[in-house]
Design a protein around this ligand. Structure first.
Ligand SMILES: [Cu+2]
Length: 295
C-alpha cells in the first residue's frame, strides 16, 4: 500500500509540474503566428478555410476518440474490480450474447459513418481547387525552393534559408528565407509543385497544405490566405543532407502591396533571366546551381 501511496504522490508532483509548464508556456504559445511555438499543443493557427476545416475535423475526432478511450477504460476497470479471481471465484460459463454482439458491430459502424461525412467533405475541399486568381510554381531543389510567377511576368527567383549572420532579430531561426514567396490576401493561389532532382514536399502548416514535389510530375494544390502575415513551412520529405535547411516562407500582403511587389520583381534582371529559357540545358544549369549552393 505504501508503494501505491508513493506512486500516487509522484504522479501528483509530475502532473503539477506539467500543468505549471503548460501555463507558463501558454503565453508564448500564440505569440508567434504562422510558425511553431515553444510548448505548443495542437496545430498552428489557421490562416485558410481548408486549415479551419482541418482544425474543426481534428477537434471533432478528438471528442469521439476521448469518449471511446474513456468507455474502454471504464470496461477494463469494471472487469478488473468485479471479475477478478477474488471477487468472483466461480466465473460464469456464458460464451455468446447475440444482442451484445450485434451492438458491438453496429455501434462502431455508426461511429465510422458519422466520421466519414466530414472526412470526405474535407477531402473534397482540399482537392477541388476553385478557379485560381494567381499561379505560383514552387520547384524543390537541393536544397532550396525556387518560385516562378507564370501569370505575373514569368519571373523566377530562388528562396534560400537566411544564414545566421544575415538574420534579423525578428526573423525565426531555420525558417526565415532571403526571398519570400509573396501572395495577395483573399485570393485563390494555385501552387504547382515539382521536384528538380529528388522528391521534396511543399508544406505550410497554417495553410493546411502539404504536397510532394516529385521530379517529372507537376503536382497541384491551392490555398486562400485570409490573414496577412508571414507563414513558414519546411520541406517535409527526406531529401538529402540539407533537408532541414530549405524552409518555405510565404508573405501574405494586400492586393496593392502584391502588385507593387510584382512590379519591382519584374524590374530585377536576375529574376527575369532566371525565368527565361536557359541557354544551357536545364539539368546542367540545375546541377551547376546546386553545386554552387550546397553548403
Ligand atoms: Cu527537400
Amino acid at each position: 500500500m505504501l508503494v501505491f501511496k508513493r506512486l500516487a504522490a509522484l504522479t501528483a508532483v509530475i502532473g503539477a509540474l506539467a500543468v505549471g509548464a503548460l501555463m507558463a508556456g501558454g503565453e508564448t504559445a500564440f505569440a508567434a503566428f504562422g510558425q511553431a511555438a515553444p510548448w505548443q499543443f495542437g496545430f498552428q493557427d489557421s490562416a485558410t478555410p481548408v486549415m479551419d476545416e482541418i482544425t474543426s475535423f481534428h477537434n471533432f475526432l478528438l471528442y469521439i476518440i476521448t469518449a471511446i478511450a474513456l468507455f474502454v477504460l471504464a470496461l477494463l476497470v469494471i472487469v478488473m474490480v468485479r471479475f477478478n479471481a477474488r471477487a468472483n471465484p466461480t466465473p460464469s460459463r456464458v460464451t455468446h450474447n447475440t444482442a451484445l454482439e450485434v451492438a458491438w458491430t453496429i455501434i462502431p459502424v455508426i461511429i465510422l459513418a458519422v466520421i466519414v461525412f466530414p472526412s470526405f467533405h474535407l477531402l473534397f475541399h482540399e482537392l477541388n481547387a476553385p478557379p485560381a486568381d494567381i499561379t505560383v510554381k514552387a520547384t524543390g531543389k537541393q536544397w532550396y525552393w525556387s518560385y516562378t510567377y507564370p501569370d505575373n511576368g514569368k519571373f523566377e527567383f530562388d528562396s534560400l534559408m537566411m544564414q545566421e549572420k544575415d538574420r534579423k532579430p525578428d526573423q525565426p531561426r531555420l525558417l526565415a528565407v532571403d526571398n519570400e514567396m509573396v501572395v495577395p490576401i483573399n485570393k485563390t493561389v494555385r501552387v504547382q509543385v515539382i521536384g528538380a532532382e529528388v522528391i521534396h514536399s511543399f508544406a505550410i502548416p497554417s495553410f493546411g497544405v502539404r504536397i510532394d514535389a516529385i521530379p517529372g510530375r507537376l503536382n497541384e494544390t491551392w490555398f486562400k490566405a485570409t490573414r496577412e502575415g508571414v507563414y513558414y513551412g519546411q520541406c517535409s520529405e527526406l531529401c538529402g543532407k540539407d533537408h532541414a535547411f530549405m524552409p518555405i516562407a510565404v508573405r501574405v500582403v494586400s492586393e496593392q502591396a502584391f502588385n507593387e511587389w510584382v512590379d519591382a520583381a519584374n524590374k530585377r534582371p536576375e529574376w527575369k533571366s532566371a525565368g527565361a529559357a536557359p541557354a544551357v540545358p536545364t539539368a546542367v544549369a540545375d546541377a551547376n546551381q546546386s553545386t554552387a549552393r550546397s553548403r
